[in-house]
Design a binder for this molecule. Sequence first.
Ligand SMILES: C[S@@+](CC[C@H](N)C(=O)[O-])C[C@H]1O[C@@H](n2cnc3c(N)ncnc32)[C@H](O)[C@@H]1O
Length: 266
Amino acid sequence: MNDHKRPHAKAIDVPVSDTVDSHEDILVGGDRSPNRRELRLLKELKFLARRAEGEMRPSSSAREKAKKLQLKVIDEARFLRNWAGNPLKTGAVAPSGQELSRLMAHFVEADRPGVIVELGPGTGAVTQALVERGVDEERLVLIEYSPDFCTLLRERFPKARILCGNAYALGEVMAELGNPPIASVISGLPLFTRPLPERQALLADAMRLMGPGAPFIQFSYALVPPVKRAMGYTISRTRWVLANLPPARVWLYRAVVSETASPATA
Ligand SMILES: C[S@@+](CC[C@H](N)C(=O)[O-])C[C@H]1O[C@@H](n2cnc3c(N)ncnc32)[C@H](O)[C@@H]1O
């Protein structure tokens, strides 16, 4: 059959740069050089083979997702181990989920001058949400009790100040840092595992160090606020984050200047 009588094969888009490098590259029998049609067919085959290979390889976003999932599983195992070793201090069997972490980070007021203090950052779920929200890592002061978590936080947030110690000694810790202004305090501490006077003292310290209006952001799994309404500050709360395990919500405390300021909504 003459070439011009044959039905045309469906044209496929072969990039101009995708040329066959040499005749040895091509599986054509005999000692003759391949003709133009054979060359074109081989180019198409080569192109299709490369494309199929590319399609079978996971895309970079799939690889990224798989990596994130792997890290999540490792963090959960780490958390569980810490919880088994010290349930009251760890206060949860798993790190906060992304929705809760983002909700917490949303309330940080980065426009205020000063550092952002995170109490009980654990494996850094909320810290990561802060960084993703655009908070400069260098502004972060992370106070964590568990040495394991401190090591991990140093690897993950090398520019943040990571203090391995007791967050309830906030006043002393900040004094050691030279009492820098504080824009917001964000806390994942399991407050209910400590006596009420200790919780109250921590909140009072944070309010005094931050000044009026700045938020103390706390999440909790409980129905009631970790520190109840009192003179000197307002309390508000968010909806429940049901996707979190266990479901949680965020409590916001703010110091007020005068006692006539808006009442708490809790
Ligand atoms: C419920 S976990 C929250 C961890 C993390 N913020 C999150 O949301 O995934 C509580 C964290 O507070 C830490 N913690 C408990 N008591 C502490 C204390 N007195 N000082 C500093 N960190 C403490 C625990 O080690 C743990 O990392």
